[in-house]
Write a protein that binds this ligand. Structure first.
Ligand code: URA
Length: 286
């Protein structure tokens, strides 16, 4: 296989997650409507030294890049087909990446995902400026409409570390959730959200790992309670797994999710496999 490499762990190679990984790769660069996705048909097993090969059958409508089909009542998931996104995901996945490098890789990934998420979303004002050589019609990001950035602590904070360098107008509202290790249920320990968001507020929620979906759903419910229209809400995540995407698509049709990679499954502790481990622990080394 061309470009094949082992990255310090001979038992994990770029082809190790079997042919089903390729089927996920086909999602890259596509907008996928998740309310038509079927999550049945799992559990195909392969012989010949491979472990489990859970293949998901994505019965879904996909369009060419950036084009939405089927109206706004469908959740859209976008996996940007960019080599830099793949690069930073690979650094994050590597068990040998130390915390400071992990943290900066997550922040870099966040920058690209936020760039993609803001592509057709930001409000602008137009005007005219003098250049050294004449006048030009111009468009600026509307400073009166800052994007409300909502990192879910801890790891969400790292994903939006560079949000300010992408979004000229932004405000940050922190929320913190912790997952009970047995029940996997999230509970909120920090809430800096305003009582009420202004009508039309654009809200960007950052949660690096969309695993069971419990935390991200709880966070979005807090936002919608405070007046956020989920059609104006965008989620950025490093890695997502089908249970979270399914839950989000059922609860919030119209939502848009921008994710570095979609993985296939969760382990018994609710971690994404192959995933990248605990994003908070790996970012902060604690
Ligand atoms: N949270 C993480 O940090 N990693 C996972 O794989 C799942 C949830």
């Amino acid at each position: 296989m061309q470009g094949h490499c082992t990255l310090q762990r001979p038992w994990v190679t770029s082809s190790s997650s079997s042919s089903s990984w390729a089927s996920f790769r086909q999602l890259n660069g596509r907008v996928t409507t998740f309310n038509r996705v079927s999550f049945d048909g799992l559990q195909q097993r392969e012989e010949a030294g491979r472990t489990k090969n859970h293949r998901l059958h994505w019965r879904c409508a996909a369009t060419a890049e950036g084009k939405q089909i089927g109206g706004s009542n469908q959740m859209l998931v976008y996996v940007p087909p960019h080599p830099l996104i793949k690069h930073w995901i690979s650094v994050l996945r590597n068990d040998f990446t130390p915390p400071p490098m992990f943290k900066s890789a997550m922040a870099e990934l966040g920058r690209f995902l936020i760039y993609e998420a803001s592509r057709d979303w930001l409000l602008t004002v137009s005007g005219e400026v003098n250049t050294p050589c004449g006048t030009a019609q111009v468009e600026f990001i509307d400073p009166r409409e800052p994007v409300k950035v909502v990192p879910i602590l801890r790891a969400g904070l790292v994903l939006v570390e560079h949000a300010g360098s992408v979004l000229p107008a932004n405000q940050t509202y922190h929320v913190g959730f912790v997952r009970d290790e047995t029940t996997l249920q999230p509970s909120m320990y920090l809430n800096k959200l305003p009582e009420r968001f202004a009508e039309g507020a654009r809200v960007l929620v950052a949660d690096p790992m969309l695993a069971t979906g419990g935390t991200i759903v709880a966070a979005i419910e807090e936002l919608t309670k405070r007046g956020v229209d989920h059609n104006l809400l965008r989620v950025v995540a490093a890695v997502a797994a089908p249970p979270a995407l399914k839950k989000l698509s059922e609860k919030f049709p119209g939502l848009r999710v921008y994710v570095g990679m979609i993985d296939e499954e969760l382990n018994e502790k609710g971690y994404i496999v192959p995933g990248l481990g605990d994003a908070g622990d790996r970012s902060f080394g604690t």
